[in-house]
Structures are given as structure tokens and as C-alpha cells.
Design a protein around this ligand. Sequence first.
Ligand code: PCA
Length: 323
Amino acid sequence: MKHRLKGFILLAGLAMAMGPAGAAEWNMATPYPDATFHTQNVYEFVKDIEEAAGSDLSVTVHSAGSLVKHPQIKRAVQTGQVQMGELFISILGNENAIYAVDSIPFLATSYEQARELWEASRPHIEGLLEKDGVKLLYAVPWPAQGLYTSRAVDSVSDLEGLKFRAYNSATSRLAELADMQPTQVEVPELPQAFSTGIVEAMITSPSTGANSKAWDFVDRFYDIQAWIPKNMVVVKQSAFEALDAKTQGIVMTAARKAESRGWEMSQEEAEAKKAVLRENGMQVIEPSDELMQGLREIGETMTREWLEETGKPGEDIIRTYRK
Ligand code: PCA
């Protein structure tokens, strides 16, 4: 009797030192500033999880690359430095070209096409991540990408020589094909890169342009709607599996909700943020046919190159997408 009581007290003490049974405290790294709609969606996602999971799971968000820089976020999840992360899918294009599919110019330029391309590519991307012990939770697109510059650009040849801000291997390749000089810059560093003259033009969404006050550096936004790239939110597979079944279900339900909320937010952003560019004195310009024709040719070259690089899985994605 005495012994049993002693044993019980010992166990109770141990349990207290370990915290409530099953409680998980996660860290999440994200690359973009708080005002970004993707980041706001992440905060909503985490709120949904915490409200449903109570003390079983809490998540601390470290936004704007404050804990982990964007190029290291996937690896940080893989190695367990953080349990969850958000990243731009095509930033992984160097690791495997499949990840770059949504950043091929003019392959998918409307939300409907972007959704079809996502459905066609999702299993491949999930499979690649799985091999690295990473689980895909959800993906959300940015509004269609447009060209920011001070120089008037009526054809691809007008781009020649511009110092171009790239954000992945696809935008670096586009710059090369248009005789521009690419430099990779992350969003939090954009204002500094423009003000110091490291870059003078970029292709990105109205969201990123408006959030980084593009009007301080450039006058024109050419609405070329060239592609609709996505962010994804991922979790370390083993951290997810350590949760009980109920909490796993809560995370997956919140992820599905975040995905559909995010696609809606993105569509609302597209027009709203172009209006912000205008309100701040930028010209929002319909591109000339000649410029579009030249950019489309670059897109065709890049599609060909991407298919050569990816082989069978790439062909599968394009075939499924075009069906
Ligand atoms: N904004 C991010 C990625 C695409 C976008 O619209 C950026 O400029 O880095």
C-alpha cells in the first residue's frame, strides 16, 4: 500500500514535469511580412487549430523570415528546427524542377487554370515532399504576376539591360532570355534593393507591389498576368504523426479551410491592390500586343526547357492539366 502510493506520487511528479500529456508546442516559420494576405491567412489557420485543439496543440508563428530565412524554410521543417513552415513552392525549383511548374510564364494565367494546374501537379509535389519527411497541408495562389518598371516597355527588346529582381530560378531564366540581369531578392529586402539600385524592375503580384510601396521606386505596372504562383504550408511528417488522431483531424480540417479561404482572398486582392497602385500614382498599363507576343515566346521556350528537365512526371502534369 505504502509502496503503491509512493509510486503514484512519483509518476504524478514526472507527468507534471513533462507538461500535460500529449500537449505539443510548435514553431512555424513564414517568409512574408504580416500585412501580406498569405500571412494573415496563416494566422487564421493557426487560430482555427488552437481554438479546436485547446491545450493539445499551440503554434507560434515567426513571420517575414524572422526565425528562418525563406531559402532555408523547407530544410528547417525537414530537420525539425521548426515543425511547420510556409514557403513559395517554386523557390524549390533548384531542388527539383517539378516545383517550378506554377512559375512557367503563360502556362496558367487565370484562377480557373491555376486550380486545374494545381490539381494536376499536387500529387507530384506531395510525393516529392513525402520523400523528405514533409507533409503538405495547403497551397494558396498569389494574384497574377505583373511587370514593375520605370522604363516604358512596349516590346521584350525594351527590357534589355534592366537590373531585374528575381525570386526563383524561373524568374532568373526569364530575365536571361530577355537580356536582363537577374538578382535574387526576398520580399522583406525589396525596398532596400530598389533604393540602393541593386534592382530596377521586377515581376510580382499587385499584392507584393502594394505592400512594398512599389511607387517609391517605379512608375509603371504592366498588367501582363503572366503566371499564378503559389505558397504552400507544410509540416514535419513525424511531428504530425506524434499528434493524437483527433488533433491530426483538427489540423487537416483547418488546412482545408485555409486553402479555400486563401484562394478567395487572393482573388479579392488582385483588383483591390491594383487600385492601391493607382491611388499612389502608378500607371496600371495594358501591355502592347508586341510585348505580350515576345513574352509568350519566352514562355514557350521555358515550357520546352521545363519538359526536357522533368521528363515523364512533367509530361504527366501537362497532359493531365490540358485534359
Ligand atoms: N510575391 C512574392 C512571390 C510572388 C508574389 O506575388 C514575391 O514577390 O516574392
